[in-house]
Design a protein around this ligand. Structure first.
Ligand code: FAD
Length: 638
């Protein structure tokens, strides 16, 4: 029998980023015992890297802002494929969640009259991002950790044990979810340092594991983003939606090669930075798509006036939604007007005084100085698209964050629906707070109503252990595969064949490659022991990356249109017949237990609720919807 440390909790939260921590707080506040498990050190989740800010329509910078405007912007950004109920809850609740953070001890930057300051970001009608310089994610994590410590102190007073209701398991990777008659019964994993196994017996799991960027070669994401939550959910029987929509952030560093992909925050453009090609031309004016015509400035003068007077001027096209800007940069580079290292120029140096740049964008100043030897107060940056965020994720109920598997909840980047085909910048941090809270609440309510607790079966534990240890015990047919080589090949294929611009024949080649890798992974072999062994850790993660990559590629092949973070060269237009269709991925039991087959089904979403539909002009909806869908709009001809 496998040696396993066994623990019991009411709720297990996998992931200690913004979504996970907010879920922990909520489940604990409802009186339940919670374990929070994270792959890296506590406090080093991806959320910490968020720079620009957290979108919430507080109306501090412009009193015309409100949840309806935020809702409209989010739906437009997602090209109306968003789960509208999630977009509604998000827009309504984000301001309260930001205020609540201040009650935990956060301190956002202030306006001159003492209100929370809000900055401009792409696709947001008004300045809306609450921020702390360009280190907003750090403040989110810091204050939620502080709140957790204060809850632990309360627990100590009551029980004499700080960890009576919240315990952190850092550097611990979950490799499998266990079920009992279809309901969640536990989570199985290993301590990264010792390699020893650990089993959480629990009726409720909240997945908050973040994204999938490490399946692509050029990415702003760190080593943790291997799509674990997506794959764990699939293997437990849940479904994923919107996996074809991957956000390529327009501005990643392109030089030197060692830092290619690292993010250059949209805050640079929000604070006045502009994109230019080698001809020193502000090219974004050439790339305003029809659906946004009339909403953006058509001259440099108007665009520049907009930064100080948003009532009388239209916003700069440098701040179009990210998918549009990324495609524009791609086209400029392809047309031979790119910068020396294959990007374009982002100029803030000629736009703001040096002192102001250092004050508003301290991290960017240091990032370029230290990594590229570029002084952004004197020279333009070189930037290009980088894989940044996955809109696709676990299909959840908007109100409770529950998946189709009883006891399994998801929030944050690993969940799907909220952002439709393209996320607006700043909408992730607010998403984490709104839906992290709802997932914690959903899990707590589920546990409170349970008549009996599901049981973990020993055979499931043994199977999970055998699967995790497989790379130490290859088939022995003389062929051994190296996890690092497989990972590099996967990243290269996804980047080249299912990247920012896609076409059917290339996606099919990617699927062939994925098929080959799924066979080769059975022979992945690692040297050494279980004690801190990065090769083994990667071998375990590779399974997940292959599964989510297959979802991305299959969904990308099926969707024969271009929308948001999915651009098909062979189907360049947006097709209103596709607008309301979701591609739902599930894991099918196949012949390969290591990486199960992926099935795809087309599903229609619920029609937009009437009062929300009426928030838009008929003329705008007509650009996205079919005529039949719009017959109930008051502006529609009878
Ligand atoms: P994360 O914060 O990534 O946390 C994931 C957690 O899951 C980690 O603790 C990880 O260790 C854990 N985990 C993963 N797999 C396992 C496993 N198998 N077992 C155990 N633990 C596991 N969004 C904005 O709204 N505004 C911004 O300004 C902004 N800036 C960004 C800048 C950068 C450089 C990047 C990369 C992203 C930015 N984003 C921004 C996006 C945003 O930061 C992320 O989408 C968000 O932080 C994701 O949060 P999360 O809680 O879902 O996951």
């Amino acid at each position: 029998m496998t040696e396993v440390e066994r623990l019991n909790y009411d709720v297990v939260v996998i992931g200690a980023g913004g979504a996970g921590l907010r879920a922990v707080i909520e489940a604990r506040e409802r009186g339940f015992s919670v374990a929070v498990v994270c792959k890296s050190l506590f406090g080093k989740a991806h959320t910490v890297m968020a720079e620009g800010g957290c979108a919430a329509s507080m109306g501090n910078a412009n009193s015309n802002d409100n949840w309806q405007v935020h809702f409209r912007d989010t739906m437009r950004g997602g090209k109306f494929l968003n789960n509208w109920r999630m977009a509604e809850l998000h827009a309504r609740e984000a301001p309260d969640r930001v205020w609540e953070l201040e009650t935990y001890g956060a301190l956002f930057d202030r306006t001159a009259d003492g209100r929370i300051s809000q900055r401009n970001f792409g696709g947001h009608t008004y300045p809306r991002l609450a921020h702390v310089g360009d280190r907003t994610g750090l403040e989110l994590i810091r204050t939620m950790q502080q709140k957790i410590v204060s809850l632990q102190q309360e627990d100590f007073k009551e029980t004499g044990d700080y960890e009576a209701r919240i315990k952190v398991f850092a550097e611990c990777t979950i490799t499998e979810l266990l079920t009992d008659d279809g309901r969640i019964s536990g989570a199985f994993g290993y301590w990264r340092e010792s390699g020893r196994f650990i089993l959480f017996e629990t009726p409720a799991v909240v997945l908050a594991t973040g994204g999938i960027g490490k399946s692509f070669k050029v990415t702003s994401n760190s080593w943790e983003y291997t799509g674990d939550g997506h794959a764990l959910a699939l293997r437990a029987g849940a479904t994923l939606i919107n996996m074809e929509f991957v956000q390529f952030h327009p501005t990643g560093m392109v030089w030197p090669p060692s830092v290619k992909g690292i993010l250059v925050t949209e805050g640079v453009r929000g604070d006045g930075g502009v994109l230019k090609n080698t001809e020193d031309k502000r090219f974004m004016f050439e790339y305003v798509p029809d659906v946004f015509k009339g909403q953006y400035a058509d001259s440099e003068e108007e665009a520049d006036r907009w930064y100080t007077d948003q009532e009388k001027n239209r916003r700069t096209p440098d701040l179009l939604p990210r998918d549009e800007v990324a495609r524009a940069i791609n086209s400029e580079v392809k047309a031979g007007r790119g910068s020396p290292h294959g990007g374009v120029f982002l100029d803030i140096a000629s736009r703001l005084p040096a002192e102001e740049i250092r004050k508003r964008l301290p991290s960017m100043y240091h990032q370029f100085k230290e990594l590229a030897d570029v002084d952004i107060t004197k020279e333009p940056m070189e930037v290009g698209p980088t894989c940044h965020y996955v809109m696709g994720g676990i299909e959840v109920d908007p109100d409770t964050a529950s998946s189709s598997v009883p006891g399994l909840f998801a929030a944050g980047e690993c969940s799907g629906g909220m952002h439709g085909s393209n996320r607006l910048g700043g909408n992730s941090l607010s998403d984490l707070l709104v839906f992290g809270r709802r997932a914690g609440l959903g899990a707590a309510s589920y546990v409170a109503e349970l008549a009996d607790r599901p049981k973990v079966s020993q055979s499931d534990v043994d199977a999970a252990a055998t699967m995790a240890l497989a790379p130490f015990d290859p088939p022995g047919d003389g062929v051994e595969e190296n996890p690092y080589s497989l990972h590099t090949e996967l990243q290269q294929s996804m980047n080249d064949l299912v990247g920012i611009i896609r076409k059917s024949e290339e996606i099919e080649r990617a699927l062939e490659k994925l098929g080959e890798l799924r066979e080769r992974i059975k022979r992945v072999t690692v040297e050494g022991h279980r004690q801190f062994n990065p090769g083994w850790h990667l071998a375990v993660d590779l399974r997940n990356m292959l599964m989510v990559s297959e979802c991305v590629a299959r969904a990308a092949l099926t969707r024969t249109e271009s929308r948001g973070g999915h651009t098909r060269d062979d189907h360049p237009g947006m097709d209103s017949q596709w607008r309301n269709k979701l591609l739902v991925c599930s894991a099918a039991p196949g012949e390969n237990p290591v990486v199960p087959d992926i099935g795809i089904e087309v599903k229609e979403q619920l029609p937009l609720r009437q009062d929300l539909l009426e928030l838009f002009e008929l003329s705008e909806l007509g650009k996205y919807y079919t005529d039949e869908e719009l017959t109930s709009h008051p502006g529609s001809p009878a």
